[in-house]
Design a protein around this ligand. Structure first.
Ligand code: HEM
Ligand code: HEM
Length: 203
């Protein structure tokens, strides 16, 4: 039954491939990878795009046309695929023209510091600012928690993770269980968000 559902989903996923990639491994960083994500989480997001509970201008018109069975099939297809790992992260280009150019050594040191900070935040949270440790819900490998439907995060694009966390923080993404992610993200600085996103993208 699961396999029949996934193979029906594969056919229907053709209309998603332009943004999310053939198998759910999008290459463009603004479009989330869907491969390997928990089926129940994918179903919940598609239902939320459809109802308008999660606002996303690109997804809304597409989700509006999906019936319940198609949502289940698409979710089953993507959940059964394997997420691809990301290439080594790069710092975003410096948009301050007057800043002196960084040497490759400086770039590497800055990136390493950012990822170390992100790893610490992911595992330990931040006690003084009361940021919960991500590991508690999203797991030691950011594999999520299937029974609890906590999403898998590892190898997701850093840009998408930054956008999601920022949207939770501002409330633009308000559809999150018991406001859990909103409460966490409001305690995070933009630098925390960037650090943890970069770290997770390397997992
Ligand atoms: C997000 C599924 C087509 C652009 C998502 C998410 C799902 C999904 C499940 C949420 C991922 C998460 O929360 O981790 C699908 C399916 C499609 C489809 C099943 C085909 C029926 C498209 C297309 C585009 C697109 C064609 C581009 C025009 C996006 C964007 C987001 C997103 C930009 C992120 C929204 C945000 O920032 O909150 N999609 N998608 N999707 N999708 Fe799609
Ligand atoms: C969703 C990151 C801590 C529960 C998410 C998403 C991200 C994220 C990026 C969206 C995933 C996507 O769009 O594909 C983080 C980070 C954390 C953290 C960086 C630590 C700073 C936690 C904790 C909990 C939690 C401690 C549980 C108490 C959830 C749940 C969702 C979620 C339930 C799904 C929300 C929904 O239904 O849309 N998290 N998380 N997270 N997270 Fe976290």
């Amino acid at each position: 039954q699961g396999n029949a559902s996934a193979s029906a989903g594969k056919t229907k996923a053709a209309s998603c491939a332009g943004c999310h990639g053939e198998d759910g491994n999008s290459t463009m960083p603004a479009f989330p990878k869907l491969a390997g994500q928990h089926q129940t989480y994918l179903v919940k997001q598609l239902q939320a795009f459809k109802s308008g509970a999660r606002l996303a201008p690109m997804m809304a018109p597409l989700a509006a046309g999906l019936d319940e069975q198609t949502i289940q099939e698409l979710a089953s297809y993507y959940a059964g695929n394997k997420i691809s790992t990301n290439p080594a992260p790069k710092l975003p280009a410096n948009d301050d023209d007057d800043a002196p150019a960084k040497t490759p050594e400086q770039e590497k040191a800055e990136l390493d510091a950012l990822i170390t900070k992100g790893s610490d935040l992911y595992r330990n949270g931040n006690i003084s600012r009361e940021v919960s440790a991500c590991v508690a819900c999203h797991g030691p490998y950011a594999e999520g928690n299937k029974p609890a439907s906590f999403p898998s995060l590892h190898s997701q694009h850093a840009d998408y993770l930054i956008k999601s966390l920022t949207d939770f923080k501002t409330g633009a993404r308000s559809n999150n269980r018991e406001n859990m992610m909103h409460m966490i993200a409001t305690k995070m600085t933009d630098e925390d968000i960037k650090a943890v996103a970069y770290y997770i993208s390397t997992m």
